[in-house]
Design a protein around this ligand. Sequence first.
Ligand code: VG1
Ligand code: CO
Length: 543
Amino acid sequence: MHLNQVATQPIEGQKPGTSGLRKKTKVFMGPHYLENFVQAIFDAIGGATGKTFVLGGDGRYFSHEAAQVILRMAAANGAAKVIVGQGALLSTPAASNLIRLFRTDGGIILSASHNPGGHDEDFGVKFNTPNGGPAPEAVTEAIFARTKTIQQYGILETVDADLSRPGVQRMGDMVVEVVDPVADYAALMETLFDFGAIRELFASGFRMRFDAMNAVTGPYATEVLENRLGAPKGTVVHGAPLPDFGGMHPDPNPTWAHELIAEMMQADAPDFGAASDGDGDRNMVLGRGVYVSPSDSLAVLAANAHLAPGYAGGLKGVARSMPTSAAVDRVADAMGLPKYETPTGWKFFGNLMDADRVTLCGEESFGNGSDHVREKDGLWAVLLWLNILAARKQSVGEIMADHWNRYGRNYYSRHDYEALDASTANVIMGDLRARLDTLPGSTVEGMRISSADDFAYTDPVDGSQATGQGLRIVFDGGSRIVLRISGTGTEGATIRLYLERYVAGPEGLGEEPQKALAPVIRAAETLTGLRERSGRSEPDVVT
Ligand code: VG1
Ligand code: CO
């Protein structure tokens, strides 16, 4: 066993995106690629000497090798201890919990989240800071800057750590503590929700299907739903994490979780359905015959969170990412809660939660969470829904109808045009950006544009600024078009087109969203020429 300083050179393009560095797995497997980035993390946070980190991921292809490399690098960089999930597994929210619970110096999460996994698919590495949240932009910028100057990295030449069972071992002078990935997380959930009431709900014959999509949430959902809450065996499907997710694309939306959608739309469907993504921070929820859009889910959770013990004292405030619909704003206004609108990506919620300004946060991309950790949390959202269903003794459909009657309905959809030629995407975005100033006052598809801008954000806690966060065009009455380029894709450029239209009711609350949004969709095409210029007749994914 000996300490090695390996000479290396900067590798281009190691810029973290919306959520960590994501590349094709083969790129990560290339010479020095992972090592350079990990050393850049250590260097950017002032070194690893004497520090304790959490390490784990969603179990995708290359995770085991990557975990061993990172352990050996942490040891060579003088880290005191690394807490690793057994089998190198940790869901993103569970990693966030461990980082906070053991007051560590941060964590490294091995995941490309909702991107597919495998030798020919995607891999990712994300650094979370000691508050448990994704590194803020100042830190990711420092990491990126370091990748551009790096000349060497440290790695201990030694045998692999045994990650197959819980226990403490040493790697050089560093302690490696392998922990059950589920136990502490499940214990946290028990403090937030009325497990007794949910247990009774299942005992009364309530049926649920949870599709873990062969990704990391399987063991968590099985332990919590089946073992602790008494849901029948088989409630969790696709529950074993597989390196390639069994070929599934672990993105819980109607396109990729189509098996669950088909099941839930049948006449004798279960009462409740849910799915989660690769690393367990996203969720999709459904009732029998009812799809709940993520933006609506956030609003319903905000309106009903007080029914769960962990939130019985009420919420401090709520936050949503800018493209997320304004449904939650209506709840916040009715409840007199402070509300915040942030750029896309969970890293922008951290300061608000740390400063006790908000309790609940959410994004239109199937993510919501609370200040129990500093990540979005898929299973948490499912449990909060279950708690609400148990307390209100109503179906998902009844709860949604009641919600819309009270607050009106923000019809919402996101259209993704994936893997476009990057220059085409930039031209489409650039042209619209250049015309933003001229748009207010003009009329498209009979709708008058009231404002148009390129979203910029100043963090109210530390004053940090983020610009260029999405082009937004708002119409009289609150209908909206938002356009931005994805920061998690690994091929070409993906344009996300977000569409929203508000209907106050009581008429018109039960329409099919694509139909209700038709004028807004037409206006988007008139304004952007997205379909025409990209040569795509329709989006790849509609959520
Ligand atoms: C997407 C979503 C964003 C989310 C991010 C990470 O980013 O739109 O809301 O925070 O993925 O989610 P982008 O830049 O591709 O639109 V996950 O579950 O990958 O950690
Ligand atoms: Co995720």
